[in-house]
Design a protein around this ligand. Structure first.
Ligand code: ADP
Ligand code: MG
Length: 372
């Protein structure tokens, strides 16, 4: 959706800080969200996601001298929530229990003085968008709805006013798995179809990966990394991001040489090489930590790197097998491999076998340290 000042960003945070008493809920965070983007704030409970969203909404304000919040290019630090052009959906649906579904959805339009005929039409369309049959549900009261139906009403109520930006705070948290998956797909489709900017809070990494154009991973009141799902998963910047999103193996060693865009790293089990990180080559002798995704590791397979290891056990997971390896120096590596069918194509090795863990240097990421 366009706006008079045609800004590049729907939402911008510049070094925004929010403290409660002596505790920082959000510490100097900066990020920008493009119009129409599906942008997620992802992180564990208490890391500052809701506080960040509430500062976009205007329910909270940054500290004095605590940075700038801009919407569509306009500084909004001191604007009240109703002065910002936003819709919001909460985990607790916050529907009016004594108003029918149709009246709940119509509420925002009535407040804006929209005419009766137009309201009826827009309510009907909003219910269609969230796949609630208007004839079946229009006259019901919220207590007579299931959790999923209530969540749809809450969504329709936010969408009906056609906000350029929609804020969603763990909106699917109360739904069972099957419905949650369905709603995830529907929200993503709505985002693309309506062109509304979505800012989505979740602690569920799979949900964020599935739905988002970009993700800001938050940890301890800070943003650890912003990127597309593939960037976050395949190029995690810190140990926290590598652990929080998916599973990861970690190897640590001393830098022995830097040559041809690669570091040679000395590990107790042997040497391996990694690409020189974007931030530049660390000094010879310094220690580096690297992350390897389990599915990028192979047993006696492909790769320009390998370390000797012993298979400690094989975990059957259906679609995948997880093979645990112990490497010299006390480390453990997990290899994820596609299950090709254990009855027809059983594995060529078993627990106790000596093998080589192999991988391509380009599939490994040198990590920065988590901030302390
Ligand atoms: P998240 O949504 O990621 O779980 P929040 O943004 O709700 O985290 O909270 C971040 C931190 O700020 C937490 O430590 C929380 O206890 C604290 N906090 C949030 N709101 C308030 C408040 N109104 N008063 C005091 N502390 C708060
Ligand atoms: Mg929260």
């Amino acid at each position: 959706m366009s706006s008079p000042n045609n800004p590049d960003y729907a939402v911008e945070f510049a070094r925004v800080r929010k403290t409660y008493g002596s505790r920082a809920a959000v510490r100097d965070i900066s990020f920008s969200i493009r119009p129409g983007e599906f942008f997620s704030l992802l992180g564990p409970s208490g890391c500052g996601k809701s506080t960040t969203l509430r500062m976009i909404a205007g329910f909270e304000q940054p500290d004095t001298d605590g940075g700038e919040v801009r919407l569509n290019g306009k500084l909004v630090n001191h604007l009240r929530p109703y002065e910002r052009d936003l819709g919001m959906v909460f985990q607790s649906y916050a529907l009016f229990p004594h108003l029918t579904v149709a009246r709940n959805i119509a509420f925002g339009l009535e407040q804006r003085g929209v005419g009766k005929t137009q309201i009826a039409e827009r309510v009907r369309r909003a219910m269609e968008l969230v796949q609630l049959d208007a004839r079946t549900f229009g006259d019901r009261l919220p207590p007579a709805l299931s959790g999923g139906q209530r969540q749809r009403v809450a969504l329709a109520r936010a969408l009906v006013v056609e906000p350029p930006i929609l804020l969603l705070d763990e909106p699917l948290g109360a739904l069972d798995l099957k419905l949650r998956k369905e709603m995830q797909q529907e929200l993503k489709v709505l985002n693309k179809r309506l062109g509304i900017t979505f800012v989505y809070v979740t602690h569920d990494q799979e949900e964020a990966l599935t739905m988002s154009d970009r993700i800001a991973v938050m940890a301890d009141a800070r943003i650890a990394q912003v990127g597309t799902p593939a960037e976050i998963y395949e190029r995690p910047r810190t140990p926290f991001v590598a652990r929080f999103i998916g599973e990861s193996n970690f190897l640590e060693g001393g830098v022995e040489a830097v040559e041809g865009g690669r570091l040679t790293v000395c590990h107790p089990a042997g040497l391996f090489s990694v690409p020189v990180p974007a931030a530049g080559a660390p000094a010879i002798g310094s220690r580096v930590h690297v992350a390897l995704r389990p599915e990028r590791l192979h047993i006696d397979g492909e790769g320009d790197n390998s370390l000797p290891a012993t298979i400690s056990h094989v975990i059957y997971r259906g679609e995948m097998l997880h093979v645990k390896l112990s490497v010299a120096g006390g480390g453990e590596l997990v290899v994820a491999t596609r299950n090709e069918g254990q009855l027809r194509r059983p594995l060529a090795w078993k627990a106790g076998d000596k093998v080589r863990a192999t991988w391509f240097a380009e599939d490994v990421q040198v990590l920065e340290q988590d901030p302390t």
